[in-house]
Design a protein around this ligand. Sequence first.
Ligand code: ADP
Ligand code: MG
Length: 622
Amino acid sequence: MPKINVLSKSVAELIAAGEVVERPASVVKELVENSIDAGACSITVEIKGGGILFLRITDNGCGIEREDVPTAFLRHATSKIKNEIDLNAIGTLGFRGEALCAVAGVSRVEMLTCTENSISGTRYVIEGGEQLAFEDAGCPKGTTIIVRDIFYNVPARMKFLKKDVTEGNAVAAIMERIALSHPEISFRFIRDSKSVFVTKGDGNLKNAVYNVLGREFASNLIEVNGETDGIKVCGLVSKPINCRTSRNGQFFFLNNRFVKSGTVTAALEQAYKNTVMVGKFPCAVLNVSVPFGSVDVNVHPAKTEVRFSDERAVFNAVYYSVKNAITFSDTRPEATFKSSAVNPFARMTAQEYKQTANVSTNTKPRSFEYVPPAKKEETSFTLSDVVKAEQQRVKIEVKSEPQPEIQKPQAVFEEAKIQKPAAPKTEATEEPKPQKEVRYIGEALKTYIIAECENEVYLIDKHAAHERINYEKLKSTEEIAVQALLTPVAVTLPSDDYILITENADKISEAGFEIEDFGNNSVLVTAIPQMLTGLDVQTLVFDLAESLSETKTAVLPAQERIFHTVACKAAIKAGYNTSAYELERLANRVINDDSIMYCPHGRPVAIRLTKNEIEKQFGRIQ
Ligand code: ADP
Ligand code: MG
């Protein structure tokens, strides 16, 4: 056996440093967190060469007393906790006393710091853990740290760094999260001499989101503000209609510290269930505040993974806060008018009229030359544009595959098991809403019901609407009407499908089927849901098997997939004739029932055109 050695202090420190300092982004995170803990209200971060060559963090926080500066760079040196009791209730971002020591161990560090009451500041230089300068320096109150040449003395680690661009992107991602977690602090992030973002530091999360993530992200958000069992959930989430194809737009904070949490992700996505298309994910900037003692942030040196003492309570708080926010603020999508589109009905200016007149005098007059020309700046809209856009959108989005890393929200907590908070906000739902008067106008393209209600024109997708209504019926506790078959139908299936159907027989019967195992890869259907009367029984069984095997919707539990299939098959079809009576009833139900807002796959059921918007388009109002 080789001899066992106790590692020297410097080697041990290099190993420990590796846990905290992985790449420039982790250095930025630690140093900015120090600035936040120091009470700064303005923090500037500048990087060059992906942060590997140079990074500088400047804050206007409390600074460090002269005699404490060298101590701050020692391992386990911290001003934030004193004993193990403090460990149980950590209210600062740092507490391990490792960061400065780790950073200084693997790079060249220069610190300038000054406290409010000291006459002059301190300059301290430390490279690879070795002190090179400790002297007076003139500097404003606060602390500036410059870190150069990360891993210059650890070539093995240096090899693992990625290209400058990649490292720079990782720093940018960290800066986004930190800026979003502290809207009360003004952050400025400069990359290779270019300003990437500046936040105001006015405490308004929406402003921070606007400055960091951009206008589009910020313009489609709903405010969340809820509390359950002492757990506060605040922030912004996207409208169901504005969800994305990845989870990149999800930012979670726990007591204002950026965290990754499967529980919070699951709760958020569960709250959007049935309003978002499969394979799409809500955006969110959410802060969960829990009492300091009820969470363990000490699970991981980078402190991004946390353990809640009561995961279910956190799940419930997030779920109900988000669900309430969506329910109370969601409205049907309004048709919007793209300003870049061409509008054949736009008004011509006198100037333009002259131009067309000039052109037409050069050629033989033809009747269509008097049609006003398309004018780019004007907004445009025709009903069929909306319909076409909707169809195209639907076509693209239905195809979109879920991301491979999809987590099953159901695997964490089944919705049925979630306990409702003691005092849910129900005042708004207790009183039955008065029915709004709906005027049925007609049907367009054998698909879209046109109806009018309270100064708004609705376009309703008849299939999507009917499908959602059927789905609600199947899901409700109401008994499903069953149609016994005069002659039972035997259906032979491929063995995979046979297994799926027989294994899920209970769930299929919940939807109103009576199916028996007939042996030999066959099942015997003796009854079907009444809403499916007249449809081919064999095809229905095949469809059920397909829905159960579909990988595309595997995120949903089997029962839901069965309900989706039955709801869809039972729904009136786009492109087919439907009686005016039926269409009118549908319009009435959809407009008066806010639960019929999306089809079970998450497509919108209706679009609203407000009188105001229509009048704007016709130039009646500005
Ligand atoms: P921790 O943050 O876990 O306490 P660090 O090694 O990151 O450990 O920092 C050590 C100590 O140095 C801190 O506890 C704090 O007192 C001081 N310090 C570090 N950065 C700053 C700063 N920007 N402003 C004021 N004090 C700082
Ligand atoms: Mg720290």
